[in-house]
Design a protein around this ligand. Structure first.
Ligand code: ADP
Ligand code: MG
Length: 592
């Protein structure tokens, strides 16, 4: 695995894919009614709004010279009504947009979450959690914003430009041409800066995602940071990540903001040119060119150039949204490599005969971890997996639980190939306890019930009693209702383990798999843990990655794993008599 994964930028040069936008638009489908309503009311209010310059023209050219106060008042009334209507539509539109946006957020995020829950360990091995958070939280927010209002606004802005061209052509074709003359210049500018802008935004996204990843890692590791007094050093790293983020943001917005002066300049030039042409027209006595016409056209010119300026922004959010979508869909497209094969069947209730046949496995291609592992375990046997650190003990149980797919060979339970049965039916019958016990936020009871959601309180307590967890739980301030957190604070390592035993026992597994924690446990809890393990093992096939002699000796068979291979196999007495690797381990532990 690469060092400092949080520092690594993600792939930058994927081409802009319109297909992604198409895929995103499907998330809008559910809200088609809202979006259509927004469309209609916005078009209506825009069309009405555009009447205002026309009415102004009429007031200046007709009513004011004629001193027709009555008509002027009526005109004012109409304008007031138009403005009120537009304000009402704006509010309505705002509410609809928000509703759509929140709906889209919910839909995309649920899809992401559902997929993330299915992704294999392999996926999580290779990336910092923070980068996943950014996608699920920040990117989804931004994308939903764009889909719910950005995209519709863009279309509306374009439409309103088209309307205005018609209005303007209706009033004065020559002046309209002058106003439009700046457009090609501006569009050309946008297209020239577009690739740079897109690149800059993606870089900024990467840097900001790196920073979030580092932050999340450090919050998780803050205890280690403080114990090694690395605060100062880490602050330096964080500062440099922040600087990267800031620099790239500044660069991205610098490019974006260069669009404003260009469009402002163009619009000023265009309006100036329009006045010159209009003045020439009025002087030459052209009857079409009246003061009212010029003022109305100037009103349109500003209104026309406003969406043009916005187009730059819209384009901006389009490319940002596209790059976020890319990341989001990347997660959704991440293959679920550990999944049911097409014709997977339900694993029937098992007895617990486990067979490994010539199993090979590597986490990373070219680095074999398990080599030709073969063994068979009878129903009810308890197997201690022992051997040096990094030998492959945890890997054996990872494969048996199908957290990873083996590369070759076969793994069978009661003769069923575990690759051929459904994952759910397999894992339901296994009781897997990984090395670090995870405690979820909630109370003790809820944490035990994680093992089987329909278990009653009595069943939970019964399970806790069986694994000897009941005693310490009752001594907690609120007993079974004591709140615990991710870190299981307030609980010792041994107590956390007892809790996970209860959780597992409750799930009534047919095969027990336990990666014993290496961390030392106080002698008092140690006795409880021993009893707990014994209760768990009773009557079921068990695999225990064992470090304590007491656990190892209580197993019926020992597999000594060395460098990815089974070096010795047999009962404690047999292996002692052999005076091999296990004997060495035993002697060194006895001395300690
Ligand atoms: N997720 C992983 N990705 C890459 N390599 C791994 C991963 N997990 C373990 N390994 C490597 O596989 C080997 C066996 O690891 P493991 O089964 O955890 O050993 P043990 O449990 O016996 O201490 C080690 O060399 C380890 O570095
Ligand atoms: Mg291990």
């Amino acid at each position: 695995m690469a060092r400092n994964t949080f520092r690594i930028d993600e792939e930058l040069d994927a081409p802009f894919q319109w297909g992604q936008l198409g895929r995103a638009v499907r998330y809008m489908g559910k809200y088609a009614k809202n979006i259509a309503t927004v469309f209609v009311i916005t078009v209506a209010s825009t069309l009405l709004g555009l009447l205002v310059p026309l009415l102004t023209q009429r007031a200046i050219d007709v009513y004011i010279p004629a001193k027709d106060i009555e008509s002027l008042l009526a005109l004012g009334g109409v304008m007031l009504l138009i403005i009120a209507f537009c304000a009402f539509c704006a509010r309505w539109r705002y509410r609809l947009n928000n509703r759509t946006g929140q709906g889209i957020i919910r839909d995309i995020r649920s899809d992401l979450y559902a997929h993330l829950q299915k992704l294999p360990f392999e996926y999580y091995d290779s990336r910092p959690a923070g980068k996943i958070f950014v996608r699920v939280v920040n990117y989804v927010n931004a994308v939903a914003d764009f889909l719910s209002s950005g995209l519709v606004n863009a279309i509306l802005e374009l439409l309103s430009m088209v309307f205005m061209v018609f209005y303007m052509l209706y009033i004065s074709p020559p002046l309209t041409l002058v106003i439009l003359s700046g457009l090609p210049l501006f569009v050309a500018y946008i297209f020239i800066t577009k690739p740079r802008q897109r690149r800059a935004f993606r870089l900024f996204n990467n840097k900001s995602s790196n920073m979030t990843a580092y932050l999340s890692e450090n919050i998780n590791g803050v205890r280690v940071t403080q114990s090694f007094t690395r605060e100062e050093y880490n602050l330096g790293i964080f500062a440099s990540l922040q600087k990267d983020t800031r620099d790239n943001y500044m660069k991205a917005v610098r490019i974006t903001h260069s669009i404003w002066p260009v469009s402002a300049l163009t619009s000023w030039l265009v309006v100036a040119a329009m006045y010159i042409v209009a003045a020439a027209g009025i002087r030459s006595g052209d009857g079409h060119m009246t003061v009212g016409t010029v003022i109305a056209m100037a009103g349109f010119a500003w209104r026309f150039w406003w969406p043009v300026q916005n187009l730059g922004n819209i384009y901006n959010s389009l490319i940002t949204a596209a790059s976020y979508l890319e990341r989001i869909f990347q997660v959704m497209d991440e293959p679920v490599t550990v999944s049911d094969v097409p014709n997977a069947y339900e694993l029937p209730a098992i007895n617990g005969i486990v067979t490994f046949l010539n199993v090979d496995f590597s986490y990373e291609p070219g680095v074999p971890v398990l080599k030709n592992v073969t063994f068979e375990v009878n129903q009810g046997d308890s197997i201690a997996l022992v051997g040096p650190t990094g030998a492959g003990k945890s890997t054996v149980i990872n494969l048996l639980s199908r957290f990873y797919n083996k590369d070759s060979g076969g793994i069978y339970i009661d003769g069923h190939d575990i690759n051929e049965v459904t994952l759910a039916s397999l894992r339901r019958q296994l009781g897997v306890m990984l090395q670090d016990t995870f405690i979820f936020s909630g109370d003790i009871m809820e944490n035990i019930r994680y093992g089987r959601l329909d278990a009653s309180d009595e069943e939970c307590i019964e399970a806790a009693k069986a694994v000897r967890a009941d005693e310490f739980i009752r001594r907690l301030p609120q007993g079974y209702l004591t709140a615990v957190h991710e870190r299981g604070d307030g609980l010792s390592a041994g107590q956390r383990q007892l809790l996970s035993f209860a959780r597992t026992l409750l799930s009534r597994p047919r095969v027990l798999i336990l990666d014993e924690a290496t961390s030392s446990i106080d002698t008092q809890t140690e006795k409880l843990v021993q009893d707990g393990i014994a209760a768990l093992m009773k009557g079921r096939t068990s695999f225990i990655v064992a470090h304590r002699l007491s656990t190892i000796r209580s197993c019926t068979r020992i597999l000594y794993i060395s460098d990815g291979e089974i070096a010795e196999s047999g009962s404690h007495d047999e292996l002692i008599a052999k005076r091999g690797l296990y004997w060495h381990l035993y002697m060194s532990q006895l001395q300690a």
